[in-house]
Design a binder for this molecule. Structure first.
Ligand SMILES: Nc1ncnc2c1ncn2[C@@H]1O[C@H](COP(=O)(O)OP(=O)(O)OP(=O)(O)O)[C@@H](O)[C@H]1O
Ligand SMILES: [Mg+2]
Length: 478
């Protein structure tokens, strides 16, 4: 290599060493521009610093012509270690062009820029000068070699970094693919489980349907228990009250004073009679001290329903006078216990659908509350509401009441909360949901207020269950 460099330098011994500067840019550039693709080799040969070369490359975005121009500019401005590497001159350019890969062009440049003619006395010392130049060229060649090695090391470093980054990228991709596969497997498993769940659900629905059928059959076989003949009942003239579709009077049944409710002709239809039978069968199986006891019913003509006779209704009492907090708490507990029993009824919960102060009946008692409260009409609400225009008392109706599919025990919790508010404020509940919400704000009994407002939540799932209401009432202070 050294011999080669030496030869190269020797080839340009007769080329001008006169200093070039930036004014010579155009002639210099015109000579080398065909070699723009080899700008980097030329820059190295011209001894530009490696940092300079890199910054030229970065600032030119890889445009070779622009790189070459910048290299020449730096060179001609002596922006390199020119003291050790020699000043810019045609000879240096020739070497660079040859190293850049175009010896013919280098020779041409050499011919066009020869050393100026020597005076005669100087030719004798030409041999000595040539030796100096040779030494200088050898030195430069040495420096060139170091530079090339540095460049090589730099290149290897860069290649290694690139390799590492490729490997990291590859690993990342691999991991991503594995994750995606895992997720896909999970998705498949989920789908399978979903399918299994759906099948189980279907099975359960089928079982439920069969159970209901059995239940209906059972009701029919038990029919005899509650059906009585109309002539067993003697109606008195003592009217207890009237509902929208009912009249209730005192009657005598086997010597016992009972309440007899007769359903209005308007609600009598084949469908309703069927429903009526079902509801009465269920009512006949209901036994709880806080539910007005169903006794029996007739089926022929306008049905009559016989129940335990109570003294008065909560609605009537509230119109007469305000209740004490102790009375309110005692009635609230009784009603909650009755409703909780219905909601936990097996095999299906019984939803009252018409909880109101009209359907809470009272009997005086000796306890601290002064009243024993019982819920009534738990078997008739569904029959009366089978007509789509009848949806219980609107002042107590939960937002979901008009949508039968959404009926659940929570709709009774809503009505129960309205009832609590009515007892505490001793005034009729407002007719709209929004107004009732505002109305609940005027309850000053803070524990009750919070219970009422939870029960009035528009979302049925956010309301407490009757069992939770019972617990809250137990903790309540008067
Ligand atoms: N078992 C009973 N003992 C004593 N009074 C009763 C009994 N059942 C009903 N009453 C009285 O008769 C009234 C009318 O009752 P009914 O169930 O016919 O209609 P309502 O409950 O007032 O209204 P609706 O049924 O239209 O909501 C009641 O408000 C209550 O005062
Ligand atoms: Mg009633």
């Amino acid at each position: 290599m050294s011999a080669y460099r030496h030869q190269q330098a020797q080839a340009f011994i007769n080329v001008s060493e006169e200093e070039l500067n930036i004014k010579d840019f155009h002639p210099v550039y015109d000579c080398v521009k065909p070699l723009s693709a080899h700008w980097r080799g030329i820059a190295i040969s011209l001894r530009l610093e490696i940092d300079t070369i890199n910054s030229i490359e970065a600032s030119s975005h890889g445009n070779a012509i622009s790189c070459l121009q910048k290299v020449l500019e730096h060179w001609l401005k002596k922006d390199y270690a020119y003291r050790t590497n020699g000043i810019p001159c045609w000879r240096m350019l020739c070497v660079a062009v040859k190293e850049g890969g175009d010896p013919a062009l280098a020779d041409e440049i050499a011919r066009e820029h020869p050393l100026p003619a020597m005076p005669l006395e100087r030719t004798t010392s030409l041999k000595g000068d040539t030796r100096d130049i040779r030494n200088l060229l050898q030195e430069k060649e040495q420096q060139n070699m170091t530079l090339i090695q540095e460049l090589k090391a730099e290149k290897e470093k860069r290649q290694k970094a690139e390799r590492q980054s490729h490997e990291a990228e590859h690993m990342c991709k691999q991991q991503q693919i594995e994750k995606e596969q895992e997720m896909q497997e999970h998705r498949l498993q989920l789908e399978m489980m979903n399918k299994m769940l759906q099948e189980k659900n279907k099975e359960l629905q089928e079982k439920d349907r069969k159970l209901q059928e059995k239940d209906r059959e059972l009701c029919q076989t038990q029919e005899a228990d509650w059906v009585i003949n109309k002539d067993e009942v003697t109606l008195t003239k003592e009217e207890l009250g009237r509902g929208s579709y009912t009249v209730t009077t005192v009657g005598i049944f086997r010597g016992l004073r009972v309440a007899v409710k007769s359903l209005h002709a308007i609600v009598i239809s084949d469908y309703n009679l069927h429903l009526f039978s079902q509801e009465m069968s269920i009512a006949s199986r209901v036994h709880h001290p806080n539910l007005v006891q169903f006794i029996s019913a007739t089926k022929v003509g306008n049905p009559l329903i016989l129940t335990e006779l109570m003294s008065t209704s909560l609605n009537r009492e509230l119109r007469r006078n305000r209740l004490t907090n102790q009375q309110i708490l005692s009635i609230a507990q009784d009603v909650a216990l009755g409703l909780n029993y219905l909601h936990l009824f097996k095999p299906h919960p019984i939803i009252h659908r018409d909880v109101s102060s009209h359907n809470v009946l009272l009997k005086p008692c000796t306890g601290p509350g002064g009243y024993e409260a019982k819920v009534t009409d738990y078997g008739t609400a569904k029959v009366v509401q089978a007509d789509e225009f009848m949806q219980g008392n609107i002042a107590y109706a939960a937002p979901e009441a008009p949508i039968p599919d959404r009926h659940s025990p929570a709709m009774d919790v809503y009505s129960y909360s309205v009832l609590l508010m009515e007892m505490i404020l001793c005034s009729r509940p407002e007719m709209t949901i929004a107004e009732r919400e505002v109305q609940s704000g005027s309850v000053s009994w803070s524990d009750m207020k919070s219970l009422i407002q939870r029960g009035l939540n528009a979302n049925p799932r956010a309301r407490p269950t009757m069992a939770q209401v019972i617990e809250a009432l137990k903790r309540m202070k008067i």
